[in-house]
Write a new protein. Structure first.
Ligand code: ATP
Length: 433
């Protein structure tokens, strides 16, 4: 397998629409071009499952398309293993892409959809001949793929007539070329792994959404690529199937160890699937970290708000170093781990961030906040309260059996060890700073 390195990559599109006028052009680039990716640096380790997550339009699909070769890179470099792939066509990058739309060939059976990419390997190899007479450039580093490429391109003149002469005989008596035998083995192994071996003779129109998605996944797996690129592959599935397929993709990835880059805007998918997550916003990476690090130590207010559902509450406070936060409605002491981090903010404003699950019902006290329940969502396993205080609207997650009704007065306690603090101007976390 291979690592993927994205170095200083940027992408601009010509400003063709009015909405693009609001997008910045990058310094040193064409001022008439809108930058949708702004100097991205990211390394995905060999065998790693990296999730790219961010709101709609932040550039995650564009980044994936640049890696796959479906979109041209404006500047910077993309490496797959030791190869700089900027100038290689998609087929020679040794990556396989799975799309949200499945992109299956409707006129081919499941078997032939799975085999299609493998049969094309020979063609890819021929296209990769830089000049006639020169040694072909292998499309793949994998020995199994190179063997298949050799069989597909080698002059095996006797195979074609044998195949055509025996075509009408019963299956056991037909001549099967060596390449087809290898392809057959691989198609059947992948189909078995994905539990679609009973569907090989069906056509895409005869499959459910979940089955189509597994075929799309199988087609990528059959190619035995160095890197899987997946663009929101589960978006068209219902909630239950989504969860099942999510687990299946994670298990397969861990089993095969294929480096995977997975795009989603769904933070549950991001949190449950990736070894690491890159959070993107407006063409830039905001933070790259493990799921729990993102949740526990968001680098800035954007990440804090994007990761975690429902989102974090933000409260303007005044800092009194070393450990006190003051708000007209409460005074909160932070634990000593904050050390000297608050000293530069002494007597200045900061933004306190607290997740709904770190607010709890409490008794009246100066450190707690008084308010009225204005909305209540009882989900069975937990209850969400919207509490209106004098100056704030807060969302709190409380146990399902909490005896609270709309209109009740309540006191909320903030768990001080779970507090996050952000600079009110830069929005960077004071912890990371
Ligand atoms: P979504 O989750 O909605 O798919 P995304 O994060 O994947 O969003 P991209 O599809 O990468 O976002 O698009 C990033 C930005 O680039 C968007 O503002 C989009 O309008 C713009 N964009 C994408 N393709 C083109 C194009 N061919 N020409 C001009 N602008 C484009």
């Amino acid at each position: 397998m291979a690592h993927v390195a994205i170095e200083n990559v940027y992408k601009t599109f010509p400003k063709s629409r009015q909405s693009d006028e609001t997008k910045d052009a990058l310094p040193d680039t064409d001022p008439n071009a809108a930058a949708v990716l702004k100097r991205i640096n990211l390394t995905i380790h060999d065998g790693e499952f990296m999730v790219l997550v961010g709101p709609s339009g932040c550039g995650k699909s564009t980044l994936l398309r640049l890696i796959s070769g479906l979109e041209e890179i404006t500047g910077g470099s993309v490496w797959v293993g030791d190869r700089r792939v900027n100038d290689l066509p998609p087929k020679q990058r040794d990556t396989a892409m799975v799309f949200q739309s499945y992109a299956l060939y409707p006129h081919l059976s499941v078997y032939n959809n799975l085999a299609f990419g493998l049969r094309r390997m020979g063609a890819d190899l021929e296209q990769s001949l830089p000049e006639l007479g020169k040694k072909p450039l292998p499309v793949s580093d994998s020995p199994a793929n190179q063997e298949l490429e050799r069989l597909l391109t080698e002059s095996r003149w006797w195979e074609k007539p044998l195949v055509s002469v025996t075509r009408r005989l019963p299956p056991g008596l037909r001549y099967v070329s060596e390449a087809e035998r290898l392809i057959d083995d691989r198609v059947r192994a992948v189909a078995k792994m994905l539990q679609i071996d009973g569907l090989l003779s069906r056509y895409p129109r005869q499959l459910s959404g979940g089955q189509k998605q597994r075929v799309a996944l199988g087609r990528a797996m059959a190619r035995n690529p160095q890197v899987f690129l997946m663009d929101e592959p589960l978006s068209n599935l219902d909630a239950k199937l989504r969860m099942e397929t999510r687990a299946q993709i994670v298990n397969l990835q861990r089993q095969l160890g294929i480096t995977t880059i997975y795009v989603t805007h769904d933070q549950i998918e991001a949190m449950t699937m990736g070894h690491r997550i890159a959070v993107m916003n407006q063409g830039q990476i905001q933070q790259v970290a493990t799921p729990l690090d993102l949740y526990n130590r968001p680098a800035n207010r954007f990440v804090a708000e994007f990761i975690g559902s429902p989102p974090m509450n933000f409260i303007p406070v005044q800092v009194q170093a070393p450990f006190l936060l003051v708000h007209p409605e409460f005074r909160l002491s932070l634990p000593s781990e904050w050390d000297n981090r608050l000293l530069p903010y002494d007597n200045r404003e900061a933004t306190l961030g607290i997740r709904p699950e770190h607010l709890s019902l409490a008794l009246p006290a100066p450190k707690n906040i008084r308010g009225q329940v204005v909305h209540l969502e009882a989900l069975g396993s937990e209850t969400y309260l919207t509490v209106q205080t004098e100056r704030l609207t807060l969302l709190a997650k409380v146990p399902p059996d909490a005896a609270v009704r709309i209109g009740d007065e309540v006191w909320l306690a903030i768990a001080p060890e779970k507090a996050h603090l952000f600079d009110p101007v830069t929005e960077d976390s004071l912890w990371h700073g």
